[in-house]
Design a protein around this ligand. Sequence first.
Ligand code: PGA
Length: 251
Amino acid sequence: MRKNIVAGNWKMNTTVAEGVQLAKEVNEAVAAAGELKCDVVIGVPFTHLTAVKDVIDIEKVGLSAENCANKEKGAYTGEVSAAMVASTGANYVILGHSERREYYNETPEILKEKVDLALANGLKIIFCCGESLELRNAGTYEEFIKAELKDSLFHLSAEEFANIVIAYEPIWAIGTGKTATTEQAQEVCAGIRACIAEIYDEATAEAIRIQYGGSVNPATAPDLFVQNDIDGGLVGGASLKADFGKIVNYK
Ligand code: PGA
């Protein structure tokens, strides 16, 4: 039986001091809540990883980078490798976010390289996929999402694939305040699971956790997170506020 997983994605927000404060608050909220229905992860800027690691109980609050390089090491000024991320004590990395695909031209091939390096360095991956409004309206979103997964993930063995969390994030719902309906989100997450069953097997598909992301808030989370194929969420804006404590403590 899979356990839900809720991850915060801070994006390019907070100074180190603010981030440490926020991480402390999340850590306290999780400790105070006792038994939660989900695993909790916070995705923070590279600059914050080491300091945040020191103020959280990593057994209870997972720590994620928001990206890593597609090269192992060397003359790539400004890049941060998967090995560097792992050396901070972080245990996750978010890859394939639509903002990185769109603004930083991350192609499926680049993402595939990042996936391989992250896994080689022992990181679990929150791998984002999701369609634009145009594709949603054209009705071709399922094929598009499956292609995103195929191009960057389906070369993995079933054993490697067990380290992946998939985050379905329709681009039109990110930061827009427009959450997908539970039916829309459930439909796509079920389609992703069926596709994984086809490519791998039933057991792999049943075990993989598939999050929904896009304007998740304390009001929309409970209904989304109890859907059969939605196993938690990737939370952007609301992860910077006390709302995150409410979201991970959904009833
Ligand atoms: P949002 O962001 O919750 O602010 O829509 C989600 C994400 O981009 O991961």
